[in-house]
Design a protein around this ligand. Sequence first.
Ligand code: ADP
Ligand code: ASP
Ligand code: MG
Length: 373
Amino acid sequence: MRCVVQKYGGSSVADLDRIRAVAARVARTRGDGVGVVAVVSAMGNTTNELLALAHALAPRPDRRELDMLVSVGERITMALLAMALRDLGVPAVSLTGSQSGIITDERHADARVVEVRPQRLRDVLERGEVAIVAGFQGVSRTREVTTLGRGGSDTTAVVLAAALGAEHAEICSDVDGVWSADPRLVATAVKLDTLGLDAALALARGGAKVLFEDAVRYARDHGVAIQASTTFGPGSGTLLTTDAAPVDRPVAVTSDDQLVAVPLGPDAAAVVAAVMAGGGRVRRRVGDVVHVDVRNAHGGLTLPGSAVASPIAVVTAAGSGLGERADVGLAGEGALADAAVPVLASGGSGDQLWWQVPPDRVADAVRAIHALR
Ligand code: ADP
Ligand code: ASP
Ligand code: MG
């Protein structure tokens, strides 16, 4: 049966009025004769609030228990949205990630989807009902509740779209699609009507929250069409495409301040193993340090020996083949020098160029690199 997957992020479901408005939007899509799976995030700031509760009890909360805790946020939204749809006369049923057949590995708080068994969702759609799915969560083969990493509701939408053969996954947020930079940070940013999947992945890996990297990678690898849309109000959004024509300037610019630099020391393998076990994602190696994304480390990394992680910030320019453009890399250094932003390290590969800058200069650095577009 024809179906689409829509994902509504936290700000789109932040209160009951917005949940009612999302219900009306879902109902309109279904009115067009298409089956709808609506994936929802936790309301507003709920995930952060739940994490704060955990950290108030324990500096390094147990990762299995964290998953039990934070997976609740999305379950609240799914039940409320199903109620709101029923109130509009639209039959709807809410399902957890586990009930939706999302099977993951055992990596608590940063799990990867390994299989999707969508039969129950298909049954719901065939009955003509809307399926509301709690995003960001799955179940491991040992039947433990897992979560998919911060931003992981995007992943839920994409993996379900692939499993159901949906027409597309529409990622609905508080911005109209993907912009050339975070429009809250860069006044001259423009909306991108289309964006190649490779550049989108480079942007997501560079820290742009608008799309989660695992979702973009899964979409690229499984041929899922992604449309990034605004939940409320007019807007044409951004369509992700398979276009990979090399570019000679940045398509989009982002930054990440959830990074640490970890010295590798004499036993580099042990350090990297500890980083990965603690929920860190290694971004790159730069000489004798690695840059690690710690958004899913929840309480910091436990490193062997005397190794200490220090916070860093990195600005990333994304664009197909951009990592090979040393000329653009040098132009970036020049632009940062003109803006009096020190460059602490820089490099590039694949579809991204990056510059490490002092954390307190990151906004100026993004604006300076964005001006190269
Ligand atoms: P949701 O809760 O809907 O998943 P997120 O907060 O995860 O939404 O992502 C949307 C936010 O991403 C926007 O509010 C915006 O501030 C930020 N953002 C960062 N970079 C970009 C970009 N290049 N284009 C659009 N939004 C961006
Ligand atoms: N609620 C989760 C988070 O805040 C997942 C998501 O919103 O995608 O990261
Ligand atoms: Mg998000």
